[in-house]
Design a protein around this ligand. Sequence first.
Ligand SMILES: [Zn+2]
Ligand SMILES: [Zn+2]
Length: 406
Amino acid sequence: MDLNQENIQKIVAQVLSEMKGTSGQSAAASAAPAQFEIPKKARVAMLTALRKIEIKEFDIPEITDDEMLVKVEGCGICGTDVHEYKNDPFGLIPVVLGHEGSGVIVKMGKNITMDTTGKPLTVGDRIVTCTIPCGHCDACLNMRDRDNLCENSGIYGLMPEDDHYHFNGWFSDYLVIRKGSTFFKVNDMSLKLRLLIEPAAVVVHAVERAKSTGLLTFNSNVLIQGVGPIGLMLLAVVRTMGVENITVVDGDEKRLQMAKRFGAKYTVNFKNYKDLDEQIRRIKEVTGGRGADFAFQCTGVPSAASNVWKFVKRGGGLAEIGFFVDNGSCTINPHFDICNKEITMVGSWTYKVSDYPITMDFLKRAVGIGLPIEELVTHEFPLDQMNEAMDVNMKQLGIKIAYVAK
Ligand SMILES: [Zn+2]
Ligand SMILES: [Zn+2]
């Protein structure tokens, strides 16, 4: 990376952090490692049955030389958490959920000296966690740099409860970071930005996949279908890349208005069109009569996954990132949608460890160009109100709902 640009980002982040009165920068600046008083016991918010999160208390375990203890400052709620809360598709109950978290290191094993990028690490630093690749599956051994496809990847917040750590999800007071984990120092980012790193990594990875087709370029007509947290974040990434011709499709007027503020040029509320043909007509109208050069499908709705093919131009590209859980199948017409149009399609699955540093740069840059990225965090709840937080999420009353430690 260009060193100048990095410096500029640091300065922008520092100024913003000071303006907003966040504590991240002052912790980074202090010379002596901070001391923290660690209680004997701490709480976790455990999903013990469908739609039932209970507060449980456990002894905080002694950490080994290869582990760290982190005091949780907050954690965003993901669509995946909501699915687990409602239906337990991963069969994890009882489980401490929460994988979009950040916190401050309060205790460190002596073998840990730096984060995954090699930055020196000390007690008092703020971190986020990424995945724990297994190191022995086909993806880990034979597909260089595709660790997102690891068959047994561990992730805090989606682990069986019965492991002896207990503190293994971010919906808790503390988290034990175990050996083999990947984690990043994030002292120069506000808490809200830190809570957005994980979902932002999902879209950064999707954009990297899209770029691999060679069809997503500076002046592409981009279409984003679905502007929930992921779609809005995706919009922010392509805007930050300099793409300007962006059309978004959604059925929620509030989200479409937000998309405008994130730089969408055209918004299409599909509820205002009598059928798909009318929608296609409108999308052609705003894309020079052709259709989108590149489309991102960000909803979890099978019919939307069918429709999006109709919005892409002949020879265009498509990325599917809406189905992190199985919401059913959809129909594609192999003649019209695939052969005749020669659409290049990529799927995108979570993120690679190496997507994290890019993601952090993106978030700082997005703030730097004035995108209201922190406003994506619309609701904050304390640990003992996680059922209420899930409820707000299920009713789609906000965008990103988060647990924030009080
Ligand atoms: Zn997530
Ligand atoms: Zn693996």
